[in-house]
Design a protein around this ligand. Structure first.
Ligand code: AMP
Ligand code: GLY
Length: 437
């Protein structure tokens, strides 16, 4: 079984990640029709946006039937954790539609931090030392905190809109935070809390495409999570990305493959999970040794906006391999260039910000090595206006990291909307690491 030669795709999501995926799919000779739900002003230029709620599975099914969809690509985690793939697979009428993602059972690798930690334990995958607790074991939890060294990492077990991880500087604050989590600070997601030791190192994001047995590793990326230059201020969804990253060299990646990726994919297969999707492994490089910080069951945003432009082989062919267990036959070709993505955010993000400001973007022709991906945008009377905190993700490709940084900031200088904010130092830490090396 495989996809037809001409493929109709439904892409779920509406951020920069989805614009990057849509942009790449639109370049495939195998694409027939591309629908994006809900999409943004950028995806509307490469496909058709549809007003469809990705977690409303019955309406997703109806859309598949009405539009002869062959492939559903799910950008965000929520529909997968809630059982999108299970719904489609168990439905007589749409069961042959390919879905990119895991079944809900395997989506717990992202949906439950306690499940993910236990999985790593079963397969001897290196991760921070931890224990998980419920409100009934408050005393043991306090004792466990006392057995660790500061700072302390507390993670609400369930999905908490990316906010469920708290790093507490002192044991006293960690215990107060723990009580707040049990008191419902993150709702039901905090009924179980994982407490773990803090790992010191540099983080990176490794995306693995898998069919549940075979895998391909995409270029490693680094994400810039804090809002301010020099990694200061509150956490955001991500203010920029670089791919590939110099410190993830061959020696490091050999360890990542042997100690982490292979046991993860083998564990998925051994536990009988159905997984036709991306495994996003958040890694900490601790003095040259990789440790898993977290799994996600999707691609990262804004890392995707840096990684996808580096994929030169046909992305629909990759999805086909993932969906039909033939990923070993797919030849993944990667550009030797470096990609740098700078996120242009609405002033005030990640706190309050305005929406509805008109966005001006230069002609593509002016910056041939730049792609301006839309994130929080929508079309209004034929113009793109701001519609979210992270508005644009400006990616530039260069022969070197320096060149990609320069090109990206040149392009950022030419886009605009009222009160635009961006970090000025995306990639600078990696330039400094290269100089030191
Ligand atoms: P997220 O789960 O994406 O909200 O991210 C939580 C962030 O907390 C990670 O990206 C890390 O920067 C940090 N973090 C999580 N676990 C640890 C840990 N064990 N040691 C150090 N930092 C951590
Ligand atoms: N950039 C991190 C994430 O997508 O979770």
């Amino acid at each position: 079984m495989k996809l037809p030669q001409s493929v109709n795709v439904l892409l779920l999501g509406g951020g920069g990640r989805e614009h990057a995926l849509a942009w790449r799919m639109a370049q495939s000779k195998r694409l027939a029709k591309l629908f994006i739900a809900p999409g943004n002003a950028g995806t509307a230029s490469v496909g058709t946006n549809v007003d469809l709620q990705p977690t409303n599975f019955a309406s997703v099914k109806q859309f598949i039937l009405n539009n002869n969809i062959n492939l559903v690509v799910c950008g965000p985690e929520e529909p997968l954790v809630k059982g999108l793939f299970d719904y489609i697979r168990n439905d007589e009428q749409v069961r042959h539609t390919a879905v990119i993602g895991p079944l809900a059972d395997a989506a717990r690798l992202e949906g439950s931090k306690a499940f993910a930690k236990a999985f790593m334990g079963r397969h001897a995958i290196p991760t921070a030392r931890y224990r998980s607790f419920t409100v009934n074991s408050l005393q043991e939890a306090a004792a466990f905190i006392d057995s660790l060294r500061a700072p302390y990492v507390l993670k609400a077990d369930g999905l908490a809109a990316g906010k469920g991880v708290v790093i507490a500087p002192t044991a006293c604050e960690a215990k107060a935070e723990l009580r707040a989590m049990f008191d419902g600070r993150f709702g039901a997601a905090g009924a179980t809390v994982v407490i773990e030791e803090f790992l010191h190192g540099v983080e990176c994001s490794v995306f693995v495409a898998t069919d549940g047995r075979n895998y391909k590793i995409l270029p490693v990326a680094k994400d810039y999570k804090r809002v301010g230059a020099g990694d200061t201020g509150p956490n955001t969804g991500g203010m920029g990305a670089v791919s590939p990253v110099g410190f993830a060299d061959e020696a490091f990646m050999a360890k990542v493959r042997r100690r982490i990726i292979e046991p993860t994919v083998r564990g998925i297969a051994e536990e009988g999970m159905i997984y036709h999707g991306f495994i996003f492994i958040g890694l900490m490089n601790v003095g040259g040794d990789p440790y898993v910080i977290e799994y996600n069951v999707r691609l990262g945003d804004p890392e995707t906006e840096a990684v996808v432009p580096l994929i030169e082989s046909d992305i629909i062919g990759m999805f086909e391999g993932m969906a039909f267990g033939t990923l070993d036959n797919y030849e993944l070709r990667i550009s030797p260039r470096t990609a740098v993505t700078v996120v242009c955010a609405a002033g005030g993000y990640p706190n309050e910000y305005r929406k509805g400001d008109v966005i001006s973007i230069p002609d593509d022709a002016e910056y041939p090595d730049v792609i301006v991906f839309h994130a929080g945008t929508r079309s209004e009377a034929g113009r793109a206006v701001t519609n979210g905190g992270r508005v644009l993700a400006v990616t530039a490709l260069g022969e070197t990291l320096d060149q990609a940084i320069t090109r990206s900031y040149e392009a950022v200088g030419s886009v605009g909307f009222a009160d635009m904010y961006y970090r000025c130092d995306i990639g600078q830490d990696l330039v400094e690491m290269e100089v030191e090396a």
